[in-house]
Design a protein around this ligand. Structure first.
Ligand SMILES: Nc1ncnc2c1ncn2[C@@H]1O[C@H](COP(=O)(O)OP(=O)(O)OP(=O)(O)O)[C@@H](O)[C@H]1O
Ligand SMILES: C[C@H](N)[C@H](N)CCCCCC(=O)O
Ligand SMILES: [Mg+2]
Length: 230
Protein backbone atom coordinates (compact mmCIF):
# COMPACT_ATOMS: atom_id res chain seq x y z
CA UNK A 1 0.00 0.00 0.00
CA UNK A 2 1.37 3.38 -1.02
CA UNK A 3 1.08 6.21 1.46
CA UNK A 4 0.90 9.70 0.00
CA UNK A 5 0.75 12.84 2.12
CA UNK A 6 -0.50 16.15 0.74
CA UNK A 7 0.79 19.23 2.49
CA UNK A 8 0.55 22.89 1.53
CA UNK A 9 2.35 26.17 1.87
CA UNK A 10 -0.53 27.30 4.10
CA UNK A 11 -4.13 26.67 4.95
CA UNK A 12 -6.28 27.44 1.87
CA UNK A 13 -3.36 26.80 -0.48
CA UNK A 14 -5.44 24.19 -2.32
CA UNK A 15 -4.60 20.86 -0.65
CA UNK A 16 -8.15 19.52 -0.92
CA UNK A 17 -8.53 20.60 -4.54
CA UNK A 18 -5.19 19.06 -5.52
CA UNK A 19 -5.92 15.92 -3.46
CA UNK A 20 -9.17 15.59 -5.42
CA UNK A 21 -7.34 15.91 -8.73
CA UNK A 22 -4.83 13.28 -7.62
CA UNK A 23 -7.61 10.87 -6.64
CA UNK A 24 -9.36 11.47 -9.98
CA UNK A 25 -6.09 10.75 -11.82
CA UNK A 26 -5.46 7.55 -9.85
CA UNK A 27 -9.04 6.39 -10.26
CA UNK A 28 -8.59 6.57 -14.02
CA UNK A 29 -5.86 3.94 -13.57
CA UNK A 30 -8.41 1.84 -11.67
CA UNK A 31 -6.29 1.96 -8.57
CA UNK A 32 -8.06 1.31 -5.27
CA UNK A 33 -7.86 4.53 -3.29
CA UNK A 34 -8.87 5.90 0.09
CA UNK A 35 -8.75 9.60 0.98
CA UNK A 36 -7.86 10.22 4.63
CA UNK A 37 -8.10 13.51 6.53
CA UNK A 38 -6.95 12.39 9.98
CA UNK A 39 -7.39 15.80 11.59
CA UNK A 40 -9.91 18.37 10.48
CA UNK A 41 -11.30 21.56 11.96
CA UNK A 42 -14.00 23.80 10.54
CA UNK A 43 -17.09 21.60 10.31
CA UNK A 44 -18.72 18.39 11.37
CA UNK A 45 -18.62 16.38 9.18
CA UNK A 46 -15.41 17.83 7.83
CA UNK A 47 -15.97 19.14 4.27
CA UNK A 48 -12.49 18.12 3.07
CA UNK A 49 -12.93 14.57 4.32
CA UNK A 50 -16.34 14.33 2.66
CA UNK A 51 -14.94 15.53 -0.66
CA UNK A 52 -12.09 12.99 -0.50
CA UNK A 53 -14.53 10.26 0.52
CA UNK A 54 -16.66 10.93 -2.57
CA UNK A 55 -13.59 10.55 -4.80
CA UNK A 56 -12.22 7.41 -3.13
CA UNK A 57 -12.88 4.11 -4.85
CA UNK A 58 -13.12 2.29 -1.51
CA UNK A 59 -16.02 3.45 0.67
CA UNK A 60 -15.19 3.94 4.34
CA UNK A 61 -17.36 5.50 7.07
CA UNK A 62 -17.00 9.22 7.75
CA UNK A 63 -15.47 8.56 11.15
CA UNK A 64 -12.76 6.36 9.60
CA UNK A 65 -11.93 8.94 6.94
CA UNK A 66 -11.73 11.74 9.53
CA UNK A 67 -11.26 10.40 13.06
CA UNK A 68 -10.34 13.75 14.66
CA UNK A 69 -13.09 16.17 13.65
CA UNK A 70 -13.67 19.53 15.30
CA UNK A 71 -16.33 22.15 14.57
CA UNK A 72 -14.53 25.48 15.09
CA UNK A 73 -12.36 26.69 12.22
CA UNK A 74 -9.27 27.05 14.42
CA UNK A 75 -5.94 25.31 14.89
CA UNK A 76 -6.89 21.66 15.51
CA UNK A 77 -4.77 21.19 18.66
CA UNK A 78 -6.62 24.12 20.26
CA UNK A 79 -9.99 22.72 19.18
CA UNK A 80 -8.92 19.32 20.53
CA UNK A 81 -7.95 20.79 23.90
CA UNK A 82 -11.31 22.57 24.06
CA UNK A 83 -13.02 19.23 23.42
CA UNK A 84 -10.89 17.46 26.04
CA UNK A 85 -9.15 15.35 23.39
CA UNK A 86 -5.41 14.74 22.97
CA UNK A 87 -4.33 13.86 19.45
CA UNK A 88 -1.48 11.35 19.62
CA UNK A 89 0.60 9.82 16.82
CA UNK A 90 -0.20 6.27 17.98
CA UNK A 91 -3.91 6.92 17.46
CA UNK A 92 -3.25 8.28 13.97
CA UNK A 93 -1.34 5.11 13.16
CA UNK A 94 -4.16 2.94 14.47
CA UNK A 95 -6.65 4.73 12.21
CA UNK A 96 -4.35 4.41 9.20
CA UNK A 97 -3.95 0.68 9.90
CA UNK A 98 -7.73 0.30 9.99
CA UNK A 99 -7.86 1.78 6.50
CA UNK A 100 -5.13 -0.56 5.29
CA UNK A 101 -7.40 -3.52 6.15
CA UNK A 102 -9.52 -2.50 3.11
CA UNK A 103 -6.46 -3.36 0.97
CA UNK A 104 -6.22 -0.08 -0.98
CA UNK A 105 -3.43 0.43 -3.50
CA UNK A 106 -2.95 3.91 -2.06
CA UNK A 107 -4.08 5.98 0.91
CA UNK A 108 -3.94 9.71 0.24
CA UNK A 109 -3.65 11.62 3.52
CA UNK A 110 -4.44 15.33 3.51
CA UNK A 111 -2.80 17.39 6.23
CA UNK A 112 -4.30 20.48 7.82
CA UNK A 113 -2.70 23.91 7.52
CA UNK A 114 0.94 23.55 6.50
CA UNK A 115 3.80 21.08 7.14
CA UNK A 116 4.44 22.02 10.78
CA UNK A 117 0.95 21.49 12.15
CA UNK A 118 0.88 21.06 15.94
CA UNK A 119 -1.22 18.07 16.99
CA UNK A 120 -0.76 18.69 20.72
CA UNK A 121 1.50 20.81 22.92
CA UNK A 122 4.64 18.82 22.04
CA UNK A 123 4.21 17.09 18.68
CA UNK A 124 3.67 17.89 15.01
CA UNK A 125 1.74 16.05 12.34
CA UNK A 126 4.88 16.17 10.19
CA UNK A 127 6.75 13.87 12.63
CA UNK A 128 4.02 11.26 12.27
CA UNK A 129 4.13 11.58 8.47
CA UNK A 130 7.89 10.97 8.50
CA UNK A 131 7.53 8.04 10.92
CA UNK A 132 5.01 6.50 8.49
CA UNK A 133 7.50 7.00 5.62
CA UNK A 134 4.89 8.66 3.44
CA UNK A 135 5.75 10.25 0.10
CA UNK A 136 5.00 13.96 0.33
CA UNK A 137 3.54 16.28 -2.30
CA UNK A 138 3.58 20.01 -1.55
CA UNK A 139 0.81 22.25 -2.87
CA UNK A 140 2.10 25.74 -3.46
CA UNK A 141 -0.65 28.36 -3.38
CA UNK A 142 0.55 30.77 -6.04
CA UNK A 143 0.36 34.20 -4.45
CA UNK A 144 2.85 36.83 -3.35
CA UNK A 145 4.94 35.33 -0.55
CA UNK A 146 4.81 31.78 -1.93
CA UNK A 147 8.51 31.63 -2.82
CA UNK A 148 9.51 31.92 0.81
CA UNK A 149 6.72 29.57 1.96
CA UNK A 150 7.55 26.92 -0.65
CA UNK A 151 11.32 27.01 -0.08
CA UNK A 152 10.95 26.99 3.72
CA UNK A 153 8.55 24.07 3.57
CA UNK A 154 10.85 22.08 1.28
CA UNK A 155 13.76 22.79 3.67
CA UNK A 156 11.74 21.70 6.68
CA UNK A 157 10.60 18.49 5.01
CA UNK A 158 14.21 17.59 4.19
CA UNK A 159 15.45 18.58 7.67
CA UNK A 160 12.76 16.37 9.23
CA UNK A 161 13.82 13.41 7.10
CA UNK A 162 10.72 13.53 4.90
CA UNK A 163 10.56 12.53 1.24
CA UNK A 164 9.25 15.31 -1.00
CA UNK A 165 8.47 13.66 -4.34
CA UNK A 166 7.03 16.71 -6.07
CA UNK A 167 5.06 19.90 -5.83
CA UNK A 168 1.97 21.29 -7.51
CA UNK A 169 1.51 24.97 -8.32
CA UNK A 170 -2.06 25.97 -7.59
CA UNK A 171 -3.52 29.30 -8.68
CA UNK A 172 -5.61 29.69 -5.55
CA UNK A 173 -6.86 33.22 -6.26
CA UNK A 174 -9.19 34.31 -9.08
CA UNK A 175 -6.81 37.06 -10.16
CA UNK A 176 -3.55 35.34 -11.20
CA UNK A 177 -0.55 36.57 -9.23
CA UNK A 178 1.60 39.20 -10.90
CA UNK A 179 4.60 37.72 -12.76
CA UNK A 180 3.20 34.21 -12.35
CA UNK A 181 5.51 32.85 -15.03
CA UNK A 182 8.64 34.29 -13.37
CA UNK A 183 7.61 32.95 -9.97
CA UNK A 184 6.96 29.51 -11.44
CA UNK A 185 10.32 29.54 -13.22
CA UNK A 186 12.09 30.47 -10.01
CA UNK A 187 10.46 27.65 -8.08
CA UNK A 188 11.10 25.13 -10.85
CA UNK A 189 14.79 26.05 -10.73
CA UNK A 190 15.14 26.10 -6.94
CA UNK A 191 12.77 23.51 -5.47
CA UNK A 192 14.45 20.18 -4.67
CA UNK A 193 11.68 18.14 -6.33
CA UNK A 194 9.87 18.31 -9.69
CA UNK A 195 6.82 20.44 -10.43
CA UNK A 196 4.14 17.85 -11.22
CA UNK A 197 1.34 20.17 -12.33
CA UNK A 198 0.02 23.70 -12.63
CA UNK A 199 -3.62 24.06 -11.60
CA UNK A 200 -5.24 27.25 -12.93
CA UNK A 201 -8.06 29.00 -11.12
CA UNK A 202 -11.33 27.20 -11.92
CA UNK A 203 -14.70 28.90 -11.54
CA UNK A 204 -16.11 25.37 -11.15
CA UNK A 205 -13.55 23.28 -9.26
CA UNK A 206 -15.60 20.11 -9.81
CA UNK A 207 -14.64 20.25 -13.50
CA UNK A 208 -10.92 20.56 -12.74
CA UNK A 209 -8.61 17.74 -13.85
CA UNK A 210 -4.90 17.28 -14.49
CA UNK A 211 -3.76 17.29 -18.10
CA UNK A 212 -2.52 14.02 -19.58
CA UNK A 213 1.13 15.08 -19.12
CA UNK A 214 0.48 16.03 -15.50
CA UNK A 215 -1.22 12.70 -14.85
CA UNK A 216 1.82 10.89 -16.22
CA UNK A 217 4.19 13.03 -14.15
CA UNK A 218 2.17 12.18 -11.05
CA UNK A 219 2.14 8.45 -11.79
CA UNK A 220 5.90 8.52 -12.35
CA UNK A 221 6.49 10.44 -9.11
CA UNK A 222 4.46 8.00 -7.04
CA UNK A 223 5.96 5.11 -8.95
CA UNK A 224 2.69 3.72 -10.31
CA UNK A 225 3.19 2.12 -13.69
CA UNK A 226 -0.08 2.59 -15.66
CA UNK A 227 0.55 -0.55 -17.69
CA UNK A 228 0.70 -2.62 -14.50
CA UNK A 229 -2.34 -0.95 -12.96
CA UNK A 230 -4.57 -1.52 -16.02
N1 LIG B 1 -7.29 26.53 -8.46
C1 LIG B 1 -8.38 26.92 -7.79
N2 LIG B 1 -9.48 27.33 -8.49
C2 LIG B 1 -10.59 27.73 -7.83
N3 LIG B 1 -10.75 27.71 -6.50
C3 LIG B 1 -9.69 27.29 -5.77
C4 LIG B 1 -8.48 26.89 -6.37
N4 LIG B 1 -7.62 26.52 -5.39
C5 LIG B 1 -8.28 26.68 -4.25
N5 LIG B 1 -9.52 27.14 -4.47
C6 LIG B 1 -10.56 27.41 -3.45
O1 LIG B 1 -9.92 27.98 -2.32
C7 LIG B 1 -10.43 27.41 -1.13
C8 LIG B 1 -9.29 26.74 -0.38
O2 LIG B 1 -8.83 25.61 -1.14
P1 LIG B 1 -8.66 24.19 -0.43
O3 LIG B 1 -9.88 23.92 0.40
O4 LIG B 1 -8.32 23.20 -1.45
O5 LIG B 1 -7.43 24.55 0.53
P2 LIG B 1 -6.76 23.63 1.64
O6 LIG B 1 -5.31 23.84 1.54
O7 LIG B 1 -7.26 22.26 1.49
O8 LIG B 1 -7.29 24.28 3.01
P3 LIG B 1 -7.34 23.58 4.50
O9 LIG B 1 -6.09 23.99 5.17
O10 LIG B 1 -8.57 24.18 5.11
O11 LIG B 1 -7.46 22.11 4.33
C9 LIG B 1 -11.56 26.47 -1.54
O12 LIG B 1 -12.81 27.15 -1.52
C10 LIG B 1 -11.19 26.10 -2.97
O13 LIG B 1 -12.28 25.72 -3.77
C1 LIG C 1 -9.74 25.87 9.69
C2 LIG C 1 -8.72 25.75 8.58
N1 LIG C 1 -9.40 25.77 7.31
C3 LIG C 1 -7.88 24.49 8.69
N2 LIG C 1 -8.79 23.36 8.70
C4 LIG C 1 -6.99 24.49 9.92
C5 LIG C 1 -5.77 25.33 9.73
C6 LIG C 1 -4.84 25.23 10.91
C7 LIG C 1 -3.65 26.13 10.80
C8 LIG C 1 -2.80 26.08 12.01
C9 LIG C 1 -1.66 27.06 11.92
O1 LIG C 1 -0.63 26.73 11.32
O2 LIG C 1 -1.79 28.20 12.38
MG1 LIG D 1 -8.30 21.09 2.81
Amino acid sequence: MKKLFITGTDTDSGKTLVSSLILKALNRERLLTIGFKPIGSGGQPNPDAEQLRQLSTIAVPAQAANPFCFTPAIAPHIAAAQAGVKIEPAALTTHLRQLSLHKPDLVLTEGAGGWLLPINDDEYLSDWVVSETMDVILVVGMKLGCLNHALLTAKAIAADGGRLIGWVANQCTQQPMDYLHDNLSYLKAHMPAPCLAYVPYHSDTQQAEFTEDERRALLTAIDCNPAVAE
